[in-house]
Write a protein that binds this ligand. Structure first.
Ligand SMILES: NC(=O)c1ccc[n+]([C@@H]2O[C@H](COP(=O)([O-])OP(=O)(O)OC[C@H]3O[C@@H](n4cnc5c(N)ncnc54)[C@H](O)[C@@H]3O)[C@@H](O)[C@H]2O)c1
Length: 249
């Protein structure tokens, strides 16, 4: 069977861990040349060596670093086919205790990082007349969680903004989509006994996801299988946003 991402040049941010790493693995298995970007150099280099990808240390909250990541990748390989703006951070704090620093960091990484990555990749892709951008939002953008006001706000922004970008870039041959994962076990949600059991019970499908179950959605959106899909948010959350579950009464 032909590889769906054969020879595609792909950048993935937040690729040292969790969903970014799982997506890098699947992209490489599907034939892509992958540039893994992350603020965590040590973990990123180790992951890239294991997977057979490049690693570029990048802080997505810094527009200049994102610009360099994108332009140097495009100049090294001659083009950029896929940009996955996946890096994200989480901080659980009650509204009344959220600091300015926490607010600014979440907005800068979760929303700023997606914007900087979309703008930089969009320029390269518009010029070449092709390309796909896939962003990682969260089902928290639809179903906000108590104690996660800023995180959920940034993720709602990552559901909305890419739709406007998709409209602007569609005539230039560039598709822009988003995936909204539900709860998955990753660096952000550690696999700790007790916590995992509670999280499992909260999912209609009966368990919290493995990042590889989201990576398949990202590769679908990035591939030609989705060549008529743009401005779409693919919710992959085991039914969590489908409606309320009952407790047997
Ligand atoms: N885990 C979940 O339950 C869940 C649910 C919905 C959405 N998400 C989203 O999925 C994405 C991936 O998260 P994950 O669950 O794999 O968590 P993770 O913590 O395993 O991975 C996040 C990666 O982003 C990197 N990162 C953090 N700040 C960065 C920055 N400024 N610049 C570059 N890289 C940075 C981290 O070093 C890490 O490697 C995030 O956008 C997250 O918000 C996660």
């Amino acid at each position: 069977m032909a590889h769906r991402m054969q020879d595609k040049i792909v950048i993935i941010t937040g690729a040292s861990s969790g969903l970014g790493r799982a997506t890098a693995e699947l992209m490489v298995a599907e034939g892509a040349r992958v540039v893994m970007a992350d603020v965590n150099r040590e973990a990123g280099e180790a992951a890239a060596n294991a997977i057979g990808a490049d690693f570029v240390r990048t802080d997505v909250a810094d527009p200049a670093e994102v610009e360099t990541l994108v332009t140097e990748t495009a100049s090294r390989y001659g083009r950029l086919d896929v940009m996955c703006n996946n890096a994200g951070v989480h901080a659980a704090a009650s509204l009344l205790e959220t600091t300015n620093e926490d607010f600014e960091r979440l907005v800068a990484v979760n929303f700023g990082g997606v914007f900087y990555g979309t703008r930089a990749a969009g320029r390269v892709m518009a010029e070449q007349g092709s390309g796909v951008i896939v962003n990682t939002a969260s089902n928290g953008g639809y179903l906000p969680t108590e104690g996660m006001a800023v995180y959920c706000g940034t993720k709602a922004a990552v559901v909305a903004m890419p739709k406007a970008c998709a409209l602007e870039l569609a005539p230039k041959g560039v598709r822009v989509n988003t995936i909204s994962p539900g709860t998955m076990l990753s660096g952000m949600v550690p696999d700790v006994a007790g916590v995992v059991e509670v999280l499992d019970r909260l999912q209609p499908i009966g368990y919290a996801a493995n990042p590889s179950q989201m990576a398949t959605g990202i590769v679908y959106l990035a591939s030609d299988d989705a060549n008529y899909v743009t401005g779409h948010d693919l919710i992959v959350d085991g039914g969590a946003t489908a409606g309320r579950v009952t407790v047997g009464i």
